[in-house]
Design a protein around this ligand. Structure first.
Ligand code: AHN
Ligand code: ZN
Length: 245
């Protein structure tokens, strides 16, 4: 649990949810997603109820869903490696107005986590963040913060996804930096973390048209996209466990 002050002045009562697989293992990787959803529907593309929280099936839910299934798979098919699941709260409560852009107002749960690492001295080899990994026709380009802090890991993960037949989603295009949880994990905790984040080409917001609208519900989710991401990350885990990633 943590408290954080939102850009509105409101004190948020947050909870980061942490689960460890093989807690005694020395070699570890970290998997993350955010489990909150946006408190308002403030995309310019949203048409009604802009002051109401969105469901966030893609923006939040999809990453959590993939991580829960990965955890279930690890129970059924054990891997000789430690995996830490971290679900961040208060990722999506930031200020999006052009008048008041404030990167630090986003990702409050990961900022807290990065400043209060548990257990102290925790050092995974690297982390993988999943954000908006469920929408139909998703495109996962190589995002700039990820490419700055962990370019070799990015290339390995994207090549692996492409070799599994998911090159339609994991494309080699580059896009600019996104202020997401991985940014704070990289700069504050200094753990290399990449972001698999859905960024379609040619939309007004740079994200899916459902992003921060009430259309971000189960209707936009495609199980094949979740499977592509989940199988790619599972393959990373099993290869890493076998020392061949
Ligand atoms: C900003 O728009 C500043 N960051 C995008 C991070 C985000 C929002 N991911 C999901 N929702
Ligand atoms: Zn969001």
């Amino acid at each position: 649990p943590f408290q954080a002050k939102a850009y509105t002045g409101k004190i948020l009562q947050g909870v980061n949810i942490i689960a460890r697989y093989n807690p005694a293992a020395g070699k570890r990787i970290m998997l993350a997603a955010h489990w909150d959803s946006r408190h308002v529907a403030d995309s310019p593309l949203n048409v009604e109820r802009s002051d109401e929280a969105i469901l966030g099936a893609d923006d939040g839910g999809s990453g959590v869903g993939v991580l829960l299934e990965i955890a279930r798979q690890l129970q059924a098919n054990p891997a000789d490696i430690g995996v830490d699941f971290v679900l961040f709260d208060a990722e999506d409560h930031g200020s999006d107005s052009d008048a008041n852009p404030d990167p630090e107002s986003w990702c409050l749960g990961s900022q807290y986590w990065a400043r209060n690492i548990v257990p102290p001295g925790y050092r995974p080899k690297y982390g993988i963040l999943l954000d908006m990994v469920g929408a139909k026709g998703a495109r996962f380009p190589k995002e700039e913060v990820s490419m700055t802090f962990a370019p070799q890991l990015m290339d390995k993960v994207w090549k692996l996804a492409q070799s599994l037949g998911y090159g339609n989603y994991f494309v080699n295009d580059r896009v600019g930096p996104v202020t997401d949880d991985h940014y704070f994990v990289n700069i504050i905790a200094k753990i290399p973390m990449i972001d698999i984040i859905g960024k379609p080409a040619g939309t007004q917001t740079g994200f899916g048209t459902h992003w921060h609208t009430h259309d971000d519900n189960m209707d936009v989710i495609d199980v094949r996209v979740l499977r592509a991401v989940g199988q790619t990350v599972l393959e990373v885990i099993y290869r890493e466990a076998a020392g061949r990633f």
